[in-house]
Write a protein that binds this ligand. Structure first.
Ligand SMILES: [Zn+2]
Length: 423
């Protein structure tokens, strides 16, 4: 754990990008006791650290990932699209040795990698919760306890386990949510129970929806690649489960305080219209590089935008993505012609924070908020800070969460500033 910054401090940089308005050229942010005390051109907090030719952004938000796979060096094979990839995920999970700390180590590695990539806030899907579960040190994490199962037994037992874990997490001070996995892996009664628990506790819920065309085939006809996969895994019960289409899950998610529709790549028009109707409670989360890998296309950002739906961005896990860089996801959207740099960064900050129910804590630089921020240093000549932030050669100099340095350095000699001064 790294030490906090002693006393009040002012950060200066060529551009401060608060995400509440236009970038501030020659801007500054003041920090004191872990909070921002000023954002603008004049800040008077304590000593000054001038980062020079750098950009200060709100800490980035990774709205959807599964940190348990962060130890993987490369993504799993994706032949056969999503159903084929899932068979490799299940084999990986089943191959883990019980009683080892592999999962905990992977989660810690994922949080460290995230901090190094400028991420301070994470929406994490957790298949299990360690007894020692507590708030993660480096990042602000919303832990969505996952639920899945198609059998009657699962519908009776899984909601109890989820409720127990959610209570345990909440009592340890963690920020919690629930996540019925997906329409092809969650029986209607199980999903309803888990979402009812979320409503009762006033916590957000996330669900993978319309991630593959095979999903609708299973729901509509009870057949296709998912049926074959579930049977081969021994997960398809003797009595066919009641499954719900994406549109019905969207209605159920909308009964809670905040819901995240993850992917939504193949949502049909009625389902999209329903998502749009509930846009004050629901957001979409896109994971561009994962969608490209598993569905062979980029996310339908234009459709979400046209429907007025707020969109956050996530990396998904290292089982489907080479790293946990949110800037990398933004770059994929921009390079694919789906969004401009400013819009992509808004998705990765303000809109991501809203999706996770952290809109009062994260996503923008504003006085009174926790000092969650990232300092970036472009290595090429630049004029627009949004574009420069997404340049692949731009470095993360420092990441702070609630005023605490969680990655990098404030030592400007080490940071390589050309016109640094510190007093
Ligand atoms: Zn996912």
């Amino acid at each position: 754990m790294r030490a906090g910054i002693d006393g009040p401090v002012t950060f200066r940089a060529r551009h401060v990008v608060p995400m509440t308005g236009p970038p501030i050229e020659g801007g500054c942010v003041g920090l004191d006791h872990g909070r921002l005390v000023g954002v603008g051109r004049r800040c008077t907090a304590g000593r000054t650290v001038d980062f020079g030719d750098a950009i200060v952004l709100p800490g980035l938000v990774n709205a959807h990932t599964h940190l348990e796979f962060s130890g993987l060096e490369r993504p799993l094979v994706a032949d056969g699209g999503l159903p084929g990839w899932i068979s490799h995920v299940v084999a990986l999970r089943r191959g883990r040795t019980a009683g080892t700390d592999d999962r905990e180590h992977a989660i810690a590695a994922g949080i460290a990698e995230s901090a190094a990539a400028g991420v301070t806030t994470i929406g994490e899907i957790a298949t299990a919760v360690a007894r020692s579960a507590g708030p993660a040190a480096a990042c602000r994490v919303r832990v969505f306890r996952e639920a899945l199962g198609l059998s009657d037994i699962a519908s009776r037992e899984v909601p109890r386990t989820v409720a127990r874990d959610v209570a345990r997490l909440q009592s340890s001070g963690a920020c919690v949510g629930v996540s019925p996995h997906a329409p092809y892996s969650v029986a209607a009664s199980l999903g309803r129970s888990v979402l009812q628990e979320a409503r009762r506790r006033g916590i957000p819920a996330a669900m993978h929806l319309a991630e593959s065309p095979a999903e609708a085939e299973l729901i509509d006809h009870g057949s296709g690649p998912f049926r074959d996969l579930l049977e081969s895994l021994g997960a398809w019960p003797d009595v066919a489960p009641q499954l719900l289409p994406a549109a019905d899950w969207i209605s159920l998610l909308a009964r809670g305080p905040r819901g995240l529709v993850v992917h939504g790549t193949f949502l049909d028009d009625p389902a999209l219209a329903r998502l749009a109707r509930h846009r004050r409670r629901l957001a979409a989360v896109v994971c561009p590089r994962t969608t490209q890998r598993l569905a062979g296309r980029l996310p339908p950002l234009q459709r979400f935008r046209g429907a007025g739906v707020r969109v956050a961005v996530g990396t998904d896990s290292r089982a489907s993505n080479p790293d946990l860089s949110v800037l990398g996801e933004c770059r994929a959207l921009v390079d694919g012609g789906l969004a401009g740099p400013e819009e992509a960064l808004r998705m990765a900050t303000r809109d991501g924070a809203w999706a996770l129910g952290f809109e009062r804590l994260a996503g923008v630089l504003a006085a009174g908020r926790p000092a969650d921020l990232v300092v970036l240093r472009p290595s090429r000549a630049w004029s627009d800070p949004h574009e420069a932030a997404l340049d692949p050669t731009t470095q993360v100099v420092a990441t702070l969460r609630a005023g605490r340095l969680v990655h990098g350095t404030l030592d400007l000699a080490t940071a390589g500033s050309s016109r640094s001064r510190s007093r």
